[in-house]
Design a protein around this ligand. Structure first.
Ligand code: GDP
Ligand code: MG
Length: 358
């Protein structure tokens, strides 16, 4: 059993006439031209992704730098006052107090070393410190892809409060996975509202995934069980389990999620392989509070932060991944099916601060 990346397209088998020794010079030239064209298309795709991310994070960027500019207006050197203002700017950008304190400490250390630091350097220093902070919280995981074992479906349970974007994120994710040639099963374990099941059904259809459902009000754990059984029987590659976002109280939430997990592990012993917490990035500090409650209720292994388009509160991405030490795997930058991006910390920092040397 090998490991493969879920998002990588299955490799095409090379046809015999494509192996180099059998090619006529014309064919060889055609192969080369095609490779060049593919490389060009890939470069264009990377550029388009970057542009989309920049547009999605525009408000956060404007908020960040608007505040930064005001913080350093009329100052030339980075002194204690500038650092105070910088601290306030980071906190009001929803980076969170603890992470802000960490960033300020690091900058203070640099200022102490390099006595007369110019305020014009602050931009690139802030960029460096945020980049290295994000590297630490993402150190344990790869930035790209999900490595899974072949032969058993990879099971992801999706949790988060009502309205955070769970169903939408599952729909977008399912679409990316089916596009990469994966067979995707979705479990409608949010049985609390009939509309929630129908909404998930629409996404499943759009994505070309199979949804397993029961009636409204049925036991979510039972839906999860059915979904896994069916996925295994039909040779699915991935299972995405939607859950209800009721935050009744911590004990209730813990019980419900534990029950779903236990039932799933009866079908696939190491399932769920991933528990993804979906947070609405536009709620700023509230997202921190939700992260706290969910991480106390169950083991969360990855984060998706949605609705970063149209909000200036994108600083939460920096603070939450640092504070909870859980990698951000996806970010949502719009309601469209293509507007879920695999989170890449380098691209994120780049979209906010531009290239390292400029
Ligand atoms: N602008 C924007 N809206 C989003 C994004 N993700 C989800 N939404 C919207 O947020 C609302 C709640 O999403 P839903 O998936 O139903 O949340 P759930 O209750 O957690 O399942 C819907 O109107 C979605 O279209 C995003 O990345 N950007
Ligand atoms: Mg939902």
């Amino acid at each position: 059993m090998g490991f493969f990346d879920l998002f990588k397209k299955k490799k095409k088998v090379e046809t015999p006439q494509e192996s180099p020794e059998n090619l006529t010079p014309e064919q060889a030239a055609a192969v080369e031209a095609r490779a060049e064209q593919e490389a060009e298309e890939e470069r264009a795709a990377v550029e388009a992704e970057r542009k989309e991310l920049e547009v999605g994070l525009e408000k956060t960027k404007e908020g960040f730098f608007g505040r930064l500019k005001r913080a350093i207006a009329g100052r030339t050197t980075v002194d204690a006052d500038v650092l105070d203002d910088l601290e306030e700017m980071l906190i009001t950008s929803d980076v969170g107090v603890d992470t802000t304190v960490k960033i300020i400490r690091r900058i203070e250390e640099r200022v102490a070393r390099d006595k007369y630091m110019n305020t014009s350097e602050l931009h690139s220093i802030l960029r460096d410190e945020i980049a290295s902070l994000m590297e630490e919280s993402h150190r344990s995981t790869k930035d790209f892809g999900i490595e899974v074992k072949e032969g058993m479906p990879y099971v992801m349970m999706v949790v988060g409060v009502n309205g955070a974007g769970k169903t939408t994120t599952i729909g977008k994710l399912a679409a990316q996975l089916t596009k990469a040639g994966r067979k995707v099963y979705i479990g409608a374990a949010d049985t609390f509202r009939a509309a929630a099941i129908d909404q998930l059904g629409v996404w499943a259809d759009r994505a070309g995934a199979t949804m397993i459902r029961q009636d409204m009000g049925s036991d979510p754990a039972s839906v999860a069980y059915d979904t896994l059984r069916s996925a295994v029987a039909n040779g699915a590659d991935v299972v995405l389990i939607d859950t209800a976002g009721r935050l009744h109280n911590k004990v209730g939430l813990m019980k419900e999620l534990t029950k779903i997990r236990n039932v799933m592990s009866k079908v696939i012993p190491d399932a769920p392989h991933e528990v993804m917490l979906v947070l609405d990035g536009s709620t700023g500090q509230n997202a921190f509070e939700q992260a706290k409650q969910f991480t106390e209720a169950t083991q969360v292994t990855s984060l998706a932060i949605t609705k970063l388009d149209g909000t200036a509160k994108g600083g939460v991405v920096i603070g939450i991944s640092d504070k909870f030490n859980i990698p951000v795997r996806y970010i949502g930058i719009g309601e469209g099916i293509d507007q879920l991006k695999m989170f890449d910390r380098h691209e994120f920092v780049r979209a906010l601060f531009g290239d390292a040397k400029q």
